[in-house]
Design a protein around this ligand. Structure first.
Ligand code: CO
Length: 133
């Protein structure tokens, strides 16, 4: 069902820390983009085989606030896998007992494509994002 690893998302309190990927690791990093619909600001780091998505909270109700309370130095927040048909993937996963977060309907994600999140307890303790490729 799952295809490529689309990105690894890392939550940080201060997204300026993304500079370490440019200055120390020599990667290309994007400008910071506010994503008010998602309660985060993002910086993307493009690697040859995938992307790293740095997330910084935007607004008091940011969905990553709780994570950063538990992980004040930041940390890996989720992994995003590509699927060819997100509705078919959801229906298959639900039939196997996996929990889809939110109302179970895909939303438009940070890349303008439909996404949904799966409960970390069902996937080895890792929050999983599915993105329709
Ligand atoms: Co993501």
């Amino acid at each position: 069902m799952i295809g490529r690893l689309n990105h690894v998302a890392i939550a940080v309190r201060d997204i300026a820390k993304a500079a370490v990927y440019r200055d120390t690791l020599g990667a290309e990093i994007s400008a910071k983009v506010a994503q008010p619909d998602h309660g985060v600001s993002t910086v993307f780091i493009t690697l040859p085989n995938t992307k790293i998505e740095l997330l910084e909270p935007l607004g008091a109700g940011s969905p990553i606030n709780k994570f950063l309370e538990k992980n004040p130095d930041g940390g890996i927040h989720h992994l995003c896998y590509e699927v060819s048909d997100i509705i078919a993937a959801r229906d298959t996963l639900k039939a196997q007992g996996a929990r889809v977060l939110g109302d179970g309907e895909p939303r438009i994600g940070a890349h303008g494509k439909p996404v949904m999140f799966l409960h970390p307890k069902d996937f080895c303790g890792t929050l999983v994002e599915l993105e329709q490729a």
